[in-house]
Design a protein around this ligand. Structure first.
Ligand code: NAD
Length: 338
């Protein structure tokens, strides 16, 4: 049994704790939060030890894996501490705010022979898998162009509840690094090529109490000729379905709400639904990404069998590089050449 500790008992905590509880090869033994009431409540619910200091938890417990579920700016700091103390790390997205902090931990994990994984659970949705399989096996051919749209609702009241969201130093951005990162990661993963040029615009149009982007739009060129356009904003009146559309050599892809449709030029139509065989449990998210358990299962298997997890730190650097380039372009009003 892998001994697991979770650092950060906020809104995403339940997805991690319940997943660990459901998996046969791991046991949650400790939780940690700087807010004692949160740590105590979580510890009581899962029957484990509570800590208020992550260093103490890592030093006192003999952990195989820590899950890092804290504000963005702490991701690389806590991941680094755990890796330096010989513990495998599964960190929530994004791996860091600055690219070099993510790169540092990828090198560190490699040097220490430890597993370092980053949560991008949407890759494990049935819809994402359908699209990726049909790209990898050549059925769809290469992606020619892709577009992502996200129109969600995160009003001032959402930011007022958080002591870190909506700030450049603690969140590292807004709608792009926090919400659109999943869909941008999917599109980047589908295109499976190297981005070479990024042009982006960022704005805060609808929020009074926060300083980061509530709107981002951009255009990315890839080495092999593919393009990715995106438009993301969280000042809409409700969370409307995210859409990813792609024109490929042999067909088209539409991912919207909980469905993916692959329409091939030869007339075949392939479909999948995100939720077909999903485990739904208390604290579960809605259609857009409640596959934490699949990614966590993959990570534990990678630790047990000494293989790389499907979304290793190295793999996550690809989207991290793109996100950093989008902010560089948008904040400095320039075209970024990678
Ligand atoms: N994968 C997803 O779909 C998804 C969804 C939501 C959140 N997230 C990510 O999960 C992470 C946490 O988000 P959240 O919504 O749960 O935030 P949150 O603010 O609800 O929870 C964060 C918790 O971390 C605690 N914390 C802060 N500093 C700490 C420290 N030094 N040691 C221990 N605990 C500390 C806070 O007290 C808080 O309870 C973020 O990276 C976020 O982007 C991912």
């Amino acid at each position: 049994m892998l001994k697991v500790g979770i650092i950060g008992c906020g809104s995403i905590f339940t997805m991690h704790a319940t997943s660990t509880d459901h998996l046969p090869n791991a046991e949650l033994v400790a939780v940690c939060d700087v807010k004692p009431d949160r740590a105590d409540r979580a510890a009581e619910k899962y029957g484990v030890r509570a800590y208020y200091d992550y260093k103490e938890m890592i030093e006192k417990e003999t952990l195989d894996v820590v899950h890092v579920c804290v504000p963005h700016y702490l991701h690389p700091i806590i991941s680094r501490y755990a890796l330096e103390h010989g513990v495998n790390v599964l960190c929530e997205k994004p791996m860091s705010i600055k690219l070099e902090d993510g790169e540092y931990n990828v090198r560190l994990a490699k040097e220490r022979g430890l597993k370092y994984g980053i949560i991008f659970q949407c890759r494990f949705n049935n819809t994402s898998r359908l699209v990726k399989e049909n790209l990898d096996n050549g059925t769809l051919g290469k992606v020619i162009s892709a577009r992502v749209t996200l129109t969600w609702c995160k009003p001032d009241s959402y930011y007022a509840l958080s002591d870190w969201k909506g700030t450049w130093d603690k969140e590292g951005g807004g709608v792009v690094i926090d919400q659109a990162i999943h869909s941008l990661d999917l599109a980047n993963w589908f295109i499976n090529d190297t981005p070479v040029r990024v042009q982006a615009h960022l704005a805060n149009r609808g929020h009074d109490i926060m300083e980061v982007d509530d709107t981002g739009e951009g255009f990315i060129n890839y080495k092999g000729g593919a393009t990715l356009s995106f438009w993301a904003m969280n000042n809409y009146g409700c969370d409307d379905p995210i859409e990813i559309r792609m024109l490929c050599e042999n067909g088209k892809v539409v991912m919207s709400y909980d469905e993916a449709t692959v329409t091939l030029n030869d007339g075949r139509v392939l479909t999948a639904k995100t939720g077909d065989d999903n485990l739904y449990y208390e604290g579960g998210k809605d259609y857009w990404g409640f596959q934490h358990i699949r990614e966590i299962a993959d990570f534990y298997d990678a630790v047990e069998n000494d293989r790389e997890p499907k979304i290793s730190g190295e793999e996550a650097l690809k989207i991290q590089k793109l996100i950093c380039a989008i902010y560089d372009s948008g904040r400095n009003d320039k075209t970024v050449i990678l």
